[in-house]
Design a protein. Structure first.
Length: 302
C-alpha cells in the first residue's frame, strides 16, 4: 500500500480546531509492554490471556476507563514490568504505580480497592507526573512519524517520566501528548514546542495554543473550558471547577463553571458547527468526516 498523505498534515493545513478533541477517559490502566504493537495493541499483544481477560472485565465494569500499552527508552522493563492505575478526575486526580516481575502478578492486585483509593494502596501513590506520547504507527503512521521525535525530545528533558503509548485518540493531531494525573491532551507538538507545554504544566498551567482538552470532560464541556480560559486569560489548572451542563438545542449547550477564588459562576453558551470541508479520518482510512468547531455564543458570570 502506497501512502498518499499524512492525515495530521492535512488537518493542520485545513486549520482544524484542536480544542474539544480529547478522548474521554477518567480511569486509565497503563501496562508496560516492549513487544511489537499492532493496530489494536492490547488485544493483539502477547500479554497472557488471563490478564487480558481480567483487565477487559475491569474496563467493562468501570465507566470511562481504558487500557493503554506503554514502553520506554530508559530500560525499565529490565527491572520489572510497570503498571499504572490513573484517576484523571477533575479533583483528587492520582497515579498508582506498581512494578511486577511477571504479568500474572497483576492478577493479585485488588484493582477495585485501588479505584476506591483504599488505604491499603496509599504507599503506591506516585508523586511525579506521567507523560504519554502516542507512537503507535501500526494504528496510524502519523503517530510514529511525528510522535517519535517528540518522545526523544521529552526523554532528554524529563527522563523516565515520559513513555511511548498505544493509541490515545486523534491521529489527525499528532504528535499527541497526554499529561497525567490530570488527563490533559495536547496536540500538534514538535521537538521545538513541547518544552513550552511541559513548562506550563509543571507550573500548574495550561498552554492553550496546543490544548485539546481534559479527558474527564465531555467534548461540549471541553469546548466551554477552552473558551472560558480564552475569555478570562486564566490558565491555572485549579482556577475553575466544572458544575454542570445542559443541551438547549440540537447543537447548543449551556455549561457552568465555578471560579475557585471568588466563587463566581461562569455560564457559557456553546454552539457546534459542522464544516462543509471533510478530511480523512486517518492515514489508513479513506472515509472522511467533517471538521467540527465549537463557537462561544455568550459568556456571563454571576
Amino acid at each position: 500500500m502506497i501512502q498518499e498523505y499524512f492525515c495530521s498534515l492535512l488537518s493542520a493545513q485545513a486549520q482544524e480546531s484542536l480544542h474539544a478533541t480529547a478522548s474521554h477517559g477518567e480511569v486509565w490502566f497503563l501496562l508496560e509492554n516492549h513487544g511489537i504493537w499492532e493496530g489494536k495493541a492490547f488485544e493483539q499483544s502477547d500479554i497472557p490471556g488471563a490478564l487480558k481477560n481480567h483487565l477487559s472485565a475491569v474496563v467493562r465494569a468501570t465507566p470511562g476507563s481504558r487500557v493503554l500499552m506503554i514502553k520506554s527508552g530508559h530500560g525499565r522493563m529490565a527491572s520489572g514490568i510497570s503498571f499504572f492505575v490513573v484517576h484523571s478526575r477533575e479533583t483528587s486526580s492520582a497515579i498508582y504505580e506498581f512494578t511486577v516481575q511477571r504479568y500474572e502478578e497483576i492478577l493479585d492486585l485488588d484493582i477495585q480497592a485501588v479505584l476506591d483509593d483504599s488505604e491499603l494502596y496509599r504507599p503506591s501513590l506516585r508523586k511525579e507526573p506521567l507523560y504519554l506520547i502516542c507512537t503507535n504507527g501500526k494504528r496510524d503512521p502519523c503517530c510514529a512519524k511525528f510522535g517519535m521525535p517528540v518522545y526523544a525530545a521529552m526523554l532528554a528533558q524529563v527522563g523516565s517520566q515520559v513513555w511511548q503509548s498505544s493509541h490515545v485518540g486523534g491521529h489527525r493531531f499528532a504528535a499527541n501528548l497526554v499529561c497525567f494525573p490530570h488527563g490533559l491532551y495536547f496536540g500538534r507538538l514538535t521537538p521545538g514546542n513541547v518544552k513550552q507545554v511541559l513548562d506550563r504544566y509543571q507550573q500548574g498551567k495550561i498552554h492553550l495554543e496546543f490544548y485539546r482538552g481534559r479527558a474527564c470532560y465531555p467534548e461540549e464541556v471541553q469546548a466551554a473550558e477552552y473558551h472560558r480560559r480564552r475569555e478570562t486569560g486564566e490558565l491555572g489548572l485549579e482556577a475553575f471547577t466544572f458544575q454542570d451542563f445542559e443541551q438547549q438545542g440540537e447543537d447548543t449547550w449551556l455549561v457552568r463553571f465555578r471560579e475557585a477564588a471568588s466563587g463566581r459562576q461562569h455560564q457559557l453558551h456553546i454552539q457546534r458547527e459542522l464544516s462543509n470541508l471533510e478530511l480523512p479520518q486517518s492515514c489508513l482510512k479513506a472515509e472522511t468526516s467533517p471538521l467540527v468547531t465549537y463557537h462561544l455564543l455568550q459568556h456571563s458570570s454571576t
